[in-house]
Write a protein that binds this ligand. Structure first.
Ligand SMILES: *Cc1c(COP(=O)(O)O)cnc(C)c1O
Ligand SMILES: [Zn+2]
Length: 433
């Protein structure tokens, strides 16, 4: 059986090459559904282990290594890959101690080609765009999706069009989209309004929309979980913790875990913990009401990548929480920035939204939801260099409403050995910190 698009609400199916993002019958979100019965017979851990370290496309990619689980029937010639994935899974004892658990790993998705996990989705999305013969692709974005779309579209020789908000776009992300040559449009509206606009414009002008409502993006993002589990030698961790904005990643993680379990790659389900910023936490509020419904909010947070009040993938994320016995927590901007400082000071580093994973883990340990002996994988979604203003502002203690707990001050010195030696004499060697 070939893969199909299937509505998660009414079950209606569409051929894989239909240009459709949501169900024409009921408006529900669509899944790419693969034939799991066939896959059960044809792939195993050794299929994917044999491809580790591959030098050639497509298996040199940390997404396409799992091609059978991502898009089995796509011809390799269509695949647009940088290649992405193959990111590090750091074992981080000091972060574990800070969060209050024995074993914590950080899966660093900021190590993708454009510095965020969005590349894993974009390889899926651009591949489908090419297979459909599309000449233009577009997205609305808080920044990283645009950076990634711009890069992958340029790489594929397709026109990329990106919609930004008119304010609060992190500098690293905006500069990437401009540099990669996308058509960049700053729209005087927030992300949620831009999202509506891009869907309308895509429909009116026949432009392929590559926001995470596009199910091929989520197929690529599943590979984050596949890689984590393979890096743990096919052992499931107890928890996977990630930030939640538009909830594409949370949705992809749920589907990935469901499929790994159904195919027998893991023998128990890890629990998913989705962490939102307090000023942008509609999923959290739904979760504490028993996942009844989404009530959109006006979003506000320093973590601009998750400054989203009306997440498109709400119903898939709710499903992921049910499948994995998952939880949702919220953290303050101050908690996010302090956690970021701790991650950064390990020499690893991440952008603000990513630090939700650590801040949220710490909070869930405090409240007794995560037990100290459980194995936690925290997903770091974006690179430190994405948002230099947030980092510098924090260390100068110049961010409004944030009291930096771990500032690293920059000293000013006269150009003399004595002056500099006097400064170094006051500082402590790192081991003692
Ligand atoms: C996009 C993004 C998120 C949010 O992911 P969603 O899939 O929208 O929930 C978090 N962190 C970073 C760095 C991102 O780029
Ligand atoms: Zn439907």
């Amino acid at each position: 059986m070939l893969s199909v698009l299937k509505c998660i609400d009414c079950g209606h199916e569409y051929p894989i090459n239909d240009v459709v993002y949501t169900c024409e019958k009921c408006g529900g979100l669509l899944d790419v559904i693969h034939d799991l019965d066939t896959l059960k017979r044809t792939v195993s851990c050794s299929t994917f282990d044999a491809r580790l370290g591959a030098l050639d496309a497509p298996y040199n990619s940390g997404v396409w290594r799992y091609k059978e689980l991502i898009y089995p029937e796509i011809a390799p010639d269509y695949i647009v890959s940088r290649p992405e994935g193959n990111t590090n899974l750091y074992r981080t004892p000091r972060l574990a101690a800070w969060a209050g658990v024995n074993t914590l790993y950080c899966k660093h998705e900021g190590e993708n080609p454009t510095g965020s996990f969005k590349d894993r989705g974009m390889t899926g999305g651009l591949t489908q765009a090419r297979s459909l013969g599309m000449t233009r692709v577009a997205c609305a974005s808080t920044g990283n999706t645009s950076a990634s779309l711009a890069a992958y579209a340029a790489f594929a020789g397709i026109e990329g069009i990106v919609f930004f908000q008119d304010k609060q776009v992190a500098l690293g992300k905006l500069s990437q989209a401009v540099a990669y040559g996308a058509t960049c449009v700053q729209v005087a509206a927030d992300f949620d309004r831009n999202m509506e606009l891009v869907r309308q414009i895509g429909q009116d002008l026949g432009i392929y929309v590559l926001n995470s409502v596009n199910p091929f993006r989520l197929e690529g993002q599943k590979a984050i979980v596949f890689e984590i589990v393979q890096q743990l030698r096919w052992q499931a961790p107890d928890w996977i913790v990630c930030p939640g904005g538009n909830l594409g990643n949370s949705s992809a993680f749920g589907k990935a875990l469901y499929e790994l379990r159904a195919l027998g790659f893991i023998d128990r389900m890890p629990r998913l913990a989705i962490i939102q910023a307090e000023g942008a936490s509609p999923l959290y509020h739904s979760f504490i009401r028993g996942l009844d419904r989404l009530v959109p909010v006006k979003a506000e947070t320093i973590a601009t990548a998750i400054k989203i009040g009306n997440p498109v993938n709400y119903s898939k994320a709710a499903r992921a929480l049910r499948w994995t016995d998952g939880v949702v927590e919220q953290v303050t901007d101050n908690e996010i920035m302090d956690a970021k400082a701790v991650i950064d000071a390990q020499g690893i580093g991440c952008e603000p939204a990513s630090a939700c994973s650590l801040a949220g883990t710490r909070k869930l340990v405090e409240t007794g939801v995560i037990k100290p002996n459980e194995v936690v994988v925290a997903v770091l979604t974006g690179h430190l260099l994405k948002d230099p203003d947030a980092t510098i502002g924090y260390h100068r203690n110049a961010l409004e409403g944030i009291e930096a707990a771990f500032p690293n001050r920059v000293y000013q010195a006269e150009p003399s050995v004595e002056a500099i030696a006097a400064i170094i004499a006051q500082t402590q060697p790192l081991v003692a910190r």
